[in-house]
Design a protein around this ligand. Structure first.
Ligand SMILES: *Cc1c(COP(=O)(O)O)cnc(C)c1O
Length: 393
């Protein structure tokens, strides 16, 4: 067995977890099989009673999926990973695995909208309550913790679309003082730019749908953490079926192989676009952690090894001007998805945040002039040229 932790990140992203079959294939094999065959009845019994390790049924063990799990676990620096059907399947499996009725979650207000729905509407039905706090306000996190009952702190950093950061180390310490766990949804940075476990977090969540795939092909997710915690998540997968398909796992494996290079290129393009946008007279405000004007630029430098691919800005003239700019683009895709080599452009107030009331949107700083760009890997000059017409008065 190779100890992958002795290799650098880029090497692990390309090599870790592969088990070559007798065919000697160079690229990873895909195992599209629902079940596995035993040599004899005694072996079947040993596998089912977990006396012998090995495959039984692809709802909970599949070689291609395991390959992806091992590779992502080493990239995040976690003991074990469980791959899931979607990012939401990862969060659901985590919560069902580690929480019970009466438990309490403290979560940041500006997490992914469907996660808010999952916490409030679905977990709420089973007696799990969630309090929502300002991501950047440590005192609010502290005040929201109800000792004993609070079992989980949950956040995304940087946030979407305003790129606010949480201090992971400070919140991990806070969680541990209260015997709670900190889970970080690391979707926007990926382990190429940020390693929450090394900063003290207990669990990393992924929507592999975004940068891990990186080319917008598959939906999937993952939970990474210690053996003890992931055992509970695995139990949900085994009996609840929030399973990743082998084909998707293979696509994500290919995604991981270029993750490091892609994230560097996303960061480069995003920084160049942000610096250029900052010069444009029609831009009222710009949100990008790589700009010295970002209120948490220093934290971003300390906590991340790159500033990410999301750039948001407010254009003067409200919704009318924002829609005009979006509609004037010919190259960028008008879609709410992100984390793709193809650049996407979104108007949060009327899409991702469209279901909020006016007051909620104001409180969340999602103004009518706000535009989010998930900067892809096209040539930066072509991206700038695509925005020029809409940025004219
Ligand atoms: C997209 C997303 C999710 C949900 O992932 P799916 O793969 O769509 O289920 C969760 N968290 C964040 C931050 C996301 O962007």
């Amino acid at each position: 067995m190779i100890n992958w932790q002795t290799f650098e990140f880029e090497t692990r992203a390309i090599r870790a977890g592969q088990v070559r079959t007798a065919e000697g294939e160079h690229s990873e094999a895909i195992f599209p099989t629902s079940s596995f065959v035993f040599n004899n009845a005694a072996q079947a019994a040993a596998r089912f009673s977990e006396k012998e390790k090995g495959n039984i049924y692809s709802r909970f063990t599949n070689p291609t999926v395991r390959n992806f799990e091992e590779r992502l676990a080493t990239l995040e620096g976690g003991e074990r990973c469980i791959a899931t059907s979607a990012g939401m399947g990862a969060i659901l499996s985590l919560c069902l695995g580690i929480l019970k009725a009466g438990d309490h979650i403290v979560a940041s207000k500006n997490i992914f909208g469907t996660t808010v729905t999952l916490f409030n509407t679905i977990l709420g039905k089973f007696g799990i309550r969630t309090s929502f706090v300002e991501l950047t306000d440590f005192d609010q996190w502290e005040a929201a913790i109800k000792s004993q009952r609070t079992r989980l702190l949950f956040l995304e950093t940087p946030s979407n679309p305003l790129t606010e950061l949480a201090d992971i180390r400070a919140l991990a310490n806070l969680a541990h003082q209260h015997q709670a766990l900190l889970a970080v949804d690391n979707c926007f940075c990926t382990p190429a730019l940020q390693k929450p476990l090394a900063l003290g977090a207990d669990i990393v969540i992924h929507s592999a749908t975004k940068y891990l795939d990186g080319q917008g092909r598959c939906v999937g997710g993952a939970v990474v953490g210690s053996q003890d915690l992931i055992k509970e998540v695995y139990a949900i997968l085994r009996s609840g079926g929030t399973t990743m398909s082998p084909f998707n796992a293979w696509v994500f494996l290919k995604g991981l192989e270029t993750l490091s290079l892609r994230m560097k290129a996303h960061c480069d393009n995003a920084l160049q676009l942000a610096l250029w946008l900052e010069q444009q007279p029609l831009i009222e405000k710009i949100y990008y952690p790589g700009l010295p004007s970002h209120p948490q630029h220093e934290l971003a430098k300390r906590q991340q090894t790159g500033f990410g691919g999301l750039v948001s800005f407010v254009i003067k003239g409200g919704r009318e001007k924002a829609w005009q700019l979006i509609d004037s683009t010919k190259l960028m895709s008008i879609t709410a998805n992100l984390g793709d080599v193809k650049t996407t452009i979104t108007h949060p107030a009327t899409t991702t945040h469209g279901r909020l009331t006016d007051e909620q949107r104001q409180a969340a700083n999602i103004s009518e002039g706000l535009i989010r760009i998930s900067v892809g890997l096209e040539n930066i000059q072509d991206l700038q040229a695509d925005l020029v017409q809409g940025l004219r008065n």
